[in-house]
Ligand binder design. Structure first.
Ligand code: ADE
Length: 416
């Protein structure tokens, strides 16, 4: 008992240290905090959040609570909550329902728990809360003024709901803001995916054959960082334009069936399902490492490996497991094929999440101030520009400005 109490104390102090670390490195959130503490733009709002609960996310939750919201949070992946951060955050006026290592039933239960506050606003990552609000928790949807979505996967789902005429309130596609996907999806995913893989495996990427499935912004980032680490990169794609882009960026492009034969690492980033299937897993060489950087654990057929393996081998950390098939070759899977950068790492670097979360906070503030009809909305251009400018100021970078003649020139059709 005493031991458990001590452990909880250690956990809390580790979580507090992580929170302090990110506070010092999130200048945009710090600017918003000063204003939110004075203005309380969220007073009267109840906010349900489903977002990977690591330190940067905790800083966002605290900020929104500082702005007057009642906040209840859970994590948006069964492996992405950090228990020490959850413990520290629950001391700071936020209701926390999160723990690392949930099974699917418990994960679902906690998504429902955060909805029990009967939200007026939601903040979603991958559409977890929204999907429940349009199915099993429909009765709460009428009280929601709107929400914001973090990911490409979530925005894709919202678009499908809107197309079917079933989107019950306004949702803002934070993912699609320039200051989000150009940086978070590309540089964030690029760095944090390799951080997760390297932490789990501690093996060399230089000189390795890396297969990256998908060449959206996340895939571009993962491939670019792999090239930077000295890997030979092969990209697989289903879109001809993106495949051309991958070629011109210096990657080789080929179908998965050909790519996997010599791969040392296979990283999926597609957001689609069944990308690495039995027919590919059969061909892989001994020691290959498989990781998924897409939102859901549906890209690599880990269930097939589980069923076919003649031996299941523990890896050097609990985040990597080996499956030896009857051919004697072992395929190593990082983080059960779940979002590798959060399940085996700490998520994107702090400066990047500062920008993403500033977009989130400002988008929610807009919804708190003015109700919008149901629909999928882009982030306001002014918000994107504020984040871009504030980030430049934070890093001490100045830029030029157009003079009158230049503005006139750019706005006229008669360019003689
Ligand atoms: N940290 C919190 N949310 C995250 C996300 N969606 N991607 C990467 N890191 C994160």
């Amino acid at each position: 008992m005493e031991h458990a109490t001590e452990q909880r104390g250690d956990e809390r102090s580790s979580g507090r240290a992580k929170l302090e670390w990110v506070h010092d490195r999130m200048p945009l959130l710090a600017r918003l905090r000063d204003r939110y503490r004075a203005e309380k733009p969220f007073s009267g709002q109840r906010l349900s959040m489903s977002l990977h609960l690591e330190a940067k996310t905790a800083a966002l939750a605290e900020l929104l609570a500082d702005g007057g919201a009642v906040v209840s949070i859970t994590s948006s992946n069964p492996l992405s909550a950090q228990d020490d951060v959850a413990a520290a955050l629950s001391e700071r006026g936020v209701e926390v329902h999160a723990r690392r290592g949930l099974d699917d039933v418990e994960f679902d239960r906690l998504q429902h728990r955060v909805l029990d506050i009967e939200p007026t606003l939601i903040l979603d990552d991958g559409g977890e809360l929204l999907s429940r609000l349009v199915t099993s928790r429909k009765s709460l949807a009428g009280g929601v003024r709107g929400g914001a979505e973090e990911t490409t996967t979530g925005v894709t789902r919202i678009r499908a709901l809107a197309r079917d005429g079933r989107l019950p309130f306004a949702m803002i596609a934070v993912n699609d803001a320039a200051m989000k996907h150009l940086f978070d999806n590309r540089y964030g995913t690029g760095q944090s995916t390799w951080e997760g893989i390297m932490r789990a495996c501690n093996t060399t990427v230089a000189g390795a054959q890396v297969v990256v499935a998908g060449y959206g912004y996340c895939g571009r980032g993962v491939a670019e960082r792999a090239r930077g680490l000295g890997a030979q990169v092969i990209v697989t794609e289903v879109d001809a334009v993106r495949a051309n882009e991958a070629v011109m960026d210096g990657n080789r492009v080929m179908p998965m069936r050909d790519a996997v034969r010599t791969a040392d690492f296979v990283v999926t980033t597609t957001g689609c399902r069944d990308v690495v299937r039995a027919e590919h897993l059969r061909l892989m060489k001994d020691g290959v490492v498989l990781a998924n950087a897409g939102h859901f654990n549906v890209e690599v057929d880990v269930a097939w490996l589980e069923a076919q393996a003649v031996r299941r081998r523990p890896g050097r950390t609990p985040d990597v497991v080996g499956y030896t098939l009857a051919d004697g070759r072992t395929r190593w899977v990082v983080a059960e094929g779940r979002l590798v950068n959060l399940a085996a790492g700490d998520g994107h670097p702090v400066e990047i999440m500062d920008m993403t979360f500033a977009l989130q906070a400002l988008s929610l503030e807009g919804l708190a101030k003015a109700v919008r009809p149901p629909g999928l909305y882009p982030v306001d251009g002014d918000i994107d520009r504020w984040v871009a400018q504030a980030r430049l100021e934070a890093i001490g970078v100045a830029i030029d400005h157009l003079n009158r003649a230049q503005m006139r020139y750019l706005n006229s059709w008669d360019i003689a």
